[in-house]
Design a protein around this ligand. Sequence first.
Ligand code: F0G
Length: 466
Amino acid sequence: MQPFHPKTIIEPFRVRSVEPIRFTTLAEREAALQAAGYNPFLLHANDVLIDLLTDSGTGAMSSRQWAGMIASDESYAGATSFYRFEAAVRDITGFKHVIPTHQGRAAEHILFTVLGGPGKVIPNNTHFDTTRAHVEHSGAEARDLVIAEGRQPRLIHPFKGNMDVDALRRTIEEVGPANIPCVMLTVTNNSGGGQPVSMANVRAVSELAHSYGLPLIIDACRFAENSWFIKSREDGYADKAPIDIARELFSYADGCTMSAKKDGMANIGGFLALNDDALATQCRNLEILTEGFPTYGGMAGYDLEAIAVGLYEALDEHYLRYRIRSIAYLGDKLTAAGVPIVQPTGGHAVYLDARELLPHIPVDQYPAWSLCNALYLLGGVRGVEIGSVMFGLQPDGSEKPAAMELVRLAFPRRVYTQSHVDYLYEVIVAVKEQAAALPGYRIVEQAPVLRHFTIRMEPVQAIARG
Ligand code: F0G
């Protein structure tokens, strides 16, 4: 027989346990959104049909992960589950010290409490919101140095998450290496559209940072997805296994922060991994204060087990092919329908360009917020604004428009099927048809940092029904 090469990339799993989702009416959603202060973060999840708020901690675990969890060791100190977790992290990252934390931001908190402080500058391709917040909370400055292509939503470039190496050199020269405790690279670049960083860029950033004696720290949340992009887009990697690509990537760095809620395939957890002995000791001392003993660090033994298995599952080729294709599938359909999205589609999400879709809403009335709410009202779909509500408030209290006004539709791992995505496509197209009638929003109440989580808003004019 001749081999058969199917075009359809199928989900590389079958479903053995299901979770019903709840249908609501438009009137019910209008009432729910109003009660939530027009902030999708404040909705009850039960009022959401398709929840694309985040891919963080929302994935489905495998039978192997559940099996590991049942067989976990819950000892306070020195649990077998910790050593399995540590071995997995070391095997993939190569870093010497593995410091478990309850999630990614706890690793950031520990790292920047030790490394940050007034007068310091942390360069990154683009800081995620919690990373930026922890840098700034320490008194340091967070600087985003992604390549210019990474700021142009429609421009096609294989590695839009790359750091501008010249800009990094200028920053180091201007600020002085003594004021830069580390250089960071976020793979994939979440705030810039889930865009990957090339191996060549990691290598160049690493060489430059090391030439000034500066450590390179990877924000590794989506390291497996980034490895897939390197495999499929960068010369010389097509025949390499994702795990070997990941190992090479980490080999250029001196440590990483990780949210295991992403490519750890777990519902909670994270870690800080470092090579430097003295830095690791300082971080462990702080960890005991805030997270717990260094062999559990804010997690249960079963969480450590879920991550130890999940990190490898995230690197499975069949899984990654399906994962990246399912995002591109929605992106292709939307592009064909004339919906403006960040191009090319990234690893974990499709990003709708609200500035383009809602040109009638001025930036100070938060067009991406409006688009996000419209998706919920029309289709029960929850996304997240990545725009001026998330990033506009400056540490001094002033407002500065974000570089882009995006709505991120992040896909939980192994959760939704192709028909969910087809439905989603229909909702987005229906919103596009009513776009001219969507209102701007104004702020009613806000917190001084990370305001988007709890902000309360109101529409600037009544929502017109199409
Ligand atoms: N770094 C990046 C690139 C992230 O995307 C996140 C979380 C974190 C750090 C912090 O990790 O949530 O475990 O504390 N991103 C989630 C998201 C929340 O929706 O993109 P955490």
